[in-house]
Design a protein around this ligand. Structure first.
Ligand SMILES: Nc1ncnc2c1ncn2[C@@H]1O[C@H](COP(=O)(O)OP(=O)(O)OP(=O)(O)O)[C@@H](O)[C@H]1O
Ligand SMILES: [Mg+2]
Length: 214
């Protein structure tokens, strides 16, 4: 049996990750591919508890490197308990944010050294790389307009200023420039249906390759 593929979906708030992960999940199931969807930080009981601290607890001040370490703690748990076992059993895994988000938010946004992040990546991921990353790219102004309409209280990252969000977007784009074969940039300001078509085209290619493997 071949190992399951790993697909990650990245982008700033309101770029459409949740919307399109629903579509990706449905699409893969229609192709008779066994698939699970999950998110970071989170995806395990422990990870979700850390997510609460990292995202919801706006009252907690935290050093940027503490934030980085907690993100990787949640990721280690996620990899050990869910991602690797699923992939090893042939199941595909679709994640709402993964390693590139760390480079974008903690590296770009918070200014933690990229070398430190790489050090932790080497340890925790141990060579694992997503097979495909969809980067939903969106100007900060549109992101703010989309998230403003929400009822939910704003989280620790949503509370950051425009400049922070802009830096995160730029760091994501830089990751895409450095990993052109893996990261597919999709214009997330286009209409939902157009974005969906774009993603499907990319997925078709991956699924075709999969059929060639069998
Ligand atoms: N291409 C689009 N055009 C217009 N509106 C969109 C588009 N994509 C998503 N939206 C809307 O923007 C809002 C945010 O989308 P969604 O929740 O999927 O983003 P997200 O990336 O998951 O955000 P978060 O990071 O905050 O979870 C939703 O109301 C969604 O319907
Ligand atoms: Mg979402």
């Amino acid at each position: 049996m071949h190992r399951g593929r790993l697909i990650t979906v990245e982008g700033i708030d309101g770029s459409g990750k949740t919307t399109h992960i629903d579509h990706i999940h449905t699409y893969l199931e229609q192709q008779n591919i066994s698939v699970i969807r999950t998110r970071e930080p989170g995806g395990t009981e422990m990870g979700e508890a850390l997510r609460d601290i990292l995202i919801r607890r706006v009252d907690l001040a935290m050093h940027a490197e503490t934030e980085l370490l907690l993100m990787f703690s949640a990721r280690m748990e996620h990899l050990q308990k869910r991602i690797r076992p699923a992939m090893e059993s042939g199941t595909w895994v679709v994640i709402d944010r993964f390693i590139d988000a760390t480079y974008a938010y903690q590296g770009g946004g918070r200014g933690v050294s990229m070398d430190r992040i790489r050090l932790l990546e080497n340890w925790v991921l141990n060579g694992l790389e997503p097979d495909l990353t969809i980067l939903l790219d969106l100007p900060v102004e549109i992101s703010l307009a989309r998230t403003k309409a929400r009822e939910q209280a704003r989280d620790r990252f949503e509370l950051q200023d425009r400049e922070f969000k802009h830096t995160v977007r730029e760091a994501y784009l830089e990751r895409a420039r450095q990993n052109p074969d893996r990261i597919r940039i999709v214009d997330a300001s286009a209409e939902i249906d157009k974005v969906k078509q774009e993603i499907w085209k990319t997925l078709d290619m991956l699924v075709e390759k999969e059929h060639d493997r069998i």
